[in-house]
Design a protein around this ligand. Structure first.
Ligand code: 13P
Length: 287
């Protein structure tokens, strides 16, 4: 059974750790993350972007796959299925598909429109017993080879969104999706502290978890971050392990091409990445 992230993050805040959101892209990926969370007795959040949802055949397919894996693989740790960077329309699709949590990314709307749409989704998710993440201040990232620096959120806008009753808030603090450029200035702890002061106990979400130095991750957790998103690092470890397997000519051995064997090293590599992150975020044995 899926749960919302509310209790996970309340416990994380109270005990000084963060819960990882690991984005999923296919069956192997999902199975690896669930089995590792179980092995480490850690709560886990499965993130699904709109693109990944489409790739896997639609949000209903993802929801059915995750629920069936939890049952068949005897996963007993808390698992949330969460829409990552949802559009307004995508949020409604995931509500209908049986997700337990959604993110509405209204950061590109003027703040009044972000507030109006978030408010509406607060009411809907409350009624459905789901959790809701909102975003203020856009998170940078790579687009067509150009890396945009992350914006820093306005603490007053964060308060306006937090006061609507969202479960958690993603505030931009100079974080970026994907790899960080060499001239990245690091996380703005000044912004994080100012946001925290305005939003009180509201759990904060750190996007762009790939490549942030460990000391910055720990400091962010100590300042109110309770959920950390990781995607690129799993992609990189999956790709590297698959490439190594092919370059060694292993895919050509035996009875010819076997997709189960080809994808196995990547699936193992994701387990290792998830183990490292769960250890760093401090959520092992917190299920
Ligand atoms: P990375 O791809 O940088 O790990 O970020 C993931 C993320 O924030 C998903 O929302």
């Amino acid at each position: 059974m899926l749960v919302t992230v509310k209790d996970m993050l309340t416990k994380a805040r109270a005990n000084g750790y963060a819960v990882g959101q690991f984005n999923i892209n296919n069956l192997e990926w999902t199975k690896s993350i669930l089995l590792t969370a179980q092995e480490m007795n850690s709560p886990v959040i499965l993130g699904v972007s709109e693109g990944a949802g489409k790739y896997m055949g639609g949000f209903k397919v993802v929801s059915a796959m995750v629920k069936a894996l939890i049952e068949e693989q005897n996963i007993t740790v808390p698992v949330a299925l969460h829409l990552d960077h949802g559009t307004y329309e995508g949020c409604y699709k995931c509500i209908e598909a049986g997700f337990s949590s959604i993110m509405f990314d209204g950061s590109h709307y003027p703040i009044d429109e972000n507030i109006a749409k978030t408010k509406e989704l607060v009411a809907v998710t409350r009624e459905k017993g789901m959790s809701l993440e909102a975003e203020v201040g856009s998170i940078g990232g790579e687009e067509d080879g150009v890396v945009g620096m992350g914006e820093c959120a306005d603490p007053n806008e964060c308060k306006a969104i937090a006061d609507l009753g969202v479960t958690m808030l993603a505030a931009g603090i100079g974080n970026i999706h994907g790899k960080y450029p060499a001239n990245w200035k690091g996380l703005s702890f000044e912004t994080l502290e100012a946001v925290k002061e305005k939003v009180g106990d509201m759990p904060l979400v750190l996007h762009g978890g790939t490549g942030i130095p460990e000391d910055m991750i720990k400091k962010a957790i100590s300042l109110g971050v309770a959920k950390i998103n990781v995607n690129t690092e799993c992609q990189l470890s999956f790709a590297a392990a698959t490439r190594k397997y092919i370059e060694a000519g292993k895919d050509l051995e035996g009875k010819g091409f076997d997709p189960r064997k080809l994808l196995a090293p990547g699936a193992e590599a994701i387990k290792e990445t998830v183990r490292e992150k769960i250890t760093l975020f401090g959520s092992a044995d917190k299920a």
